[in-house]
Design a protein around this ligand. Structure first.
Ligand code: GDP
Ligand code: MG
Length: 323
């Protein structure tokens, strides 16, 4: 499913960073990045960068397409919840079925920054959506994947760590690894990263921790707690994660319902087929990220980052990781 056409090209996810060979271990597609960030209409605007990172087939593209829906909806639809869409509207945007994107490690940006106005100040900002995909399936991929995740965490104002079922010890260890790589690339004494959101998909224990941010925060406190008799290694992982981010949150997402499996065949999303709980969760999650009251502009060393700055940061960071 590709997005529609517009003047100047297709709207789609564009790969800007991929894994290379030899000295160019991380390849930046500068031309592609230029087409997204250096467009006339977003010149000089501060950016808000929301990234979804995680393994292949975790539902990242699927949720990103709901983000797009919200961002493109009128203010009225955003406020009434009508932004979720009508029954027969196909879910478009990032390709949410495997297809040719299968196992493509790297960073994709939505080709069109979405211009939005911050409610507090009336300033315009450019919202960028980023899809970060990697695998941690073999020893050889772990280092490179960590760097890709580190890069997207450095670049984003909100990093959504997309997980299935729970926050597992492995997930925390991988997170520690990629935040370590990320810290190597910055010199500042302040926290290296902005907001981290653990997004747990198909949360199975709603009776124990409720869906949404409420259950998420109790689960997170439990998982990130340093305990008295804890193995020092486990304790260190937790302390490290806490010190890296300004803000850490967790959201528990219900299973969307079994119709998502049929979607592979129909290619069309009927919002009425989604479980009510999933729809309610979307209505809580998506505005918390993109409502003009809540948008978080990207800061580096306390300064707002513009589209041009972001272009330069991409080049600098990729250069550092290649050296
Ligand atoms: P990505 O590779 O992480 O971008 O995953 P996709 O968004 O392409 O989704 C992979 C498959 O999972 C698709 O068939 C989706 O319909 C399905 N899917 C999307 N969201 C969810 C979810 O929250 N739970 C489950 N179980 N499946 C989902
Ligand atoms: Mg995808």
């Amino acid at each position: 499913m590709s997005g529609g056409t517009q003047k100047g090209g297709m709207r789609e996810g564009v790969q800007v960073v991929k894994l290379g060979e030899g000295a160019q271990r991380y390849e930046l597609d500068e031309e592609a990045l230029r087409r997204v960030l250096l467009r006339q209409d977003v010149r000089g605007l501060p950016v808000v960068v929301v990234s979804v990172a995680g393994a292949y087939r975790g539902g990242k593209s699927f949720i990103l397409d709901f983000f797009l829906r919200y961002l493109k909806a009128s203010r009225y639809s955003q406020q009434t919840g009508a932004w979720l869409g009508s029954e027969d509207e196909p879910l478009q945007g990032f390709h949410w079925r495997g297809g040719s994107e299968r196992n493509t490690t790297g960073i994709h940006l939505w080709s069109e920054p979405i211009i939005t106005t911050l409610e507090a100040t009336g300033e315009k900002v450019a919202v960028l959506l980023m899809d970060t995909q990697g695998t941690f399936d073999s020893e050889t991929t772990i280092g490179q994947n960590s760097t890709i995740f580190a890069l997207s965490t450095l670049i984003s104002s909100v990093q959504i760590y997309n997980l299935t079922g729970n926050i597992k010890e492995d997930d925390l260890q991988h997170l520690q690894l990629f935040t370590e790589y990320g810290r190597l690339a910055c010199d500042s004494k302040s926290k290296a990263f902005q907001t981290l959101l653990f997004l747990v998909r198909d949360w199975p224990h709603a009776f124990e921790h409720a869906y949404g941010f409420l259950g998420g925060s109790t689960l997170l406190n439990k998982r990130l707690q340093a305990k008295v008799n804890q193995n020092p290694e486990l304790r260190q992982v937790r302390e490290h994660i806490r010190t890296c981010f300004d803000n850490i949150k967790c959201f528990l997402m219900p299973h969307p319902g079994h119709s998502v499996e049929d979607l592979k065949f129909t290619g069309c999303l009927r919002v009425t087929d989604l479980r009510e709980q999933f729809r309610l969760a979307l209505l809580e999650l998506v505005p918390s990220l993109f409502d003009p009251k809540h948008l978080t502009p990207k800061l580096i060393s306390g300064e707002r980052v513009t589209t041009q700055d972001l272009f330069d940061y991409f080049k600098t960071y990729v250069g550092i990781f290649n050296s």
